[in-house]
Design a protein around this ligand. Structure first.
Ligand SMILES: [Zn+2]
Length: 317
């Protein structure tokens, strides 16, 4: 259409709390953003209707011509078939043919991809791992999501379940994980795990300068703020998380020798309080030759990584 900017894509990041939409141009720049609460408790049908309305309003009201829609959604999902299988974050979304639903409504190319893979593609296209030919992304959130880029391509494995680094065991005798394994990384270093660790510590009667009771809302974000204020217990808990991340990243570095490891999620705002321990542990454990060139950094795109990566995915169908 005359006057419309060509080659734009709609990138969508469906999360348990919010759904984010963004119009992204073919250079990876976000031109327009929209966010709506997921309100998953209203049930799948209501959420999907609201989601389709939001897409409709972006397409109709923006001056951009949308060439395709990329959707990042919590896994497990089957991106070949475009089906959301059974994400723990969206409890009643069982076998939802989301790609077909969106495709039929808007008559555009649609691609459905795991949300962590989208974040990885976003950081690799426009963020901290821009241009890297091999990159590992770990997102520290409720769990630990991850993505693996090898030779500039997303590596998904034979059945699409590759790079579940959050479920790499770092303690074979550790607690049982919902995946069936024991001692998975996400039980030790996700934002949820860090908050849980603080509660356990307080229950033992160990005093924190900031947190007085296990009844108050304790989050990883509050813990790193407390650590910055000098709370010894908060520092120790972040240090532990950094140690476990370092153990896992040393294994990843020895296995893959990547160019860069990108960590994202709110917890990475802790900066050196987290990264110093990670780097120290990796240095002590991985092959010197493999770590010499590897960068371990925080993501650059924050919450936009998923939108940008989802757009890249549909742009490069
Ligand atoms: Zn697990």
């Amino acid at each position: 259409m005359k006057g419309r900017k060509s080659s734009c894509y709609l990138g969508i990041d469906i999360g348990g709390t919010n759904i984010r939409l963004g119009v992204v141009d073919d250079k990876g720049k976000i031109l327009l953003k929209k966010r709506l609460p997921t309100l998953k408790e209203q049930g799948k049908k209501v959420v999907i209707v609201r989601f389709l309305k939001a897409i409709d309003s972006v397409i109709k009201n923006s001056k951009y011509t949308i060439k395709g829609i990329g959707i990042g959604c919590p896994g497990p999902l089957d991106s070949k078939k475009g089906i959301v299988l059974s994400p723990p974050n969206l409890p009643d979304w069982k076998n939802v043919p989301l790609r077909e639903i969106v495709k039929r409504r808007f008559n555009l190319p649609v691609y459905l991809e795991n949300d962590a893979n989208c974040a990885g593609l976003g950081e690799n296209w426009q963020g901290a791992g821009k241009g890297a030919s091999s990159m590992v992304l770990l997102t520290l959130g409720t769990g630990i999501g991850s993505a693996l880029i090898l030779n500039k391509k997303l590596w998904k494995g034979k059945d699409g379940f590759a790079s579940e680094f959050g479920h790499v065991s770092i303690n074979p005798k550790g607690p049982k994980c919902k995946c069936g394994n024991r001692g998975c990384l996400e039980l030790y270093a996700s934002a949820t795990a860090v908050a849980r660790r603080m509660k356990q510590t307080l229950k033992k009667g160990i005093k924190s300068k900031v947190f007085k009771s296990t009844k108050e809302k304790i989050t990883a974000a509050k813990i790193y703020q407390a650590a910055k204020m000098g709370d010894v217990i908060s520092k120790r808990i972040l240090d532990e998380a950094g140690f476990y991340l370092g153990v896992a990243i040393a294994n990843i570095v020895n296995a893959l020798n990547p160019e860069i490891v990108v960590l994202s999620g709110g917890m990475t705002k802790a900066g050196r309080l987290l990264f110093d321990k990670i780097k120290e542990t990796v240095k002590a454990r991985a092959f010197k030759e493999a770590i010499r060139g590897v960068k371990i950094v925080s993501g650059k795109l924050g919450e936009d990584a998923g939108i940008i990566g989802a757009s890249w995915r549909v742009k490069n169908l």
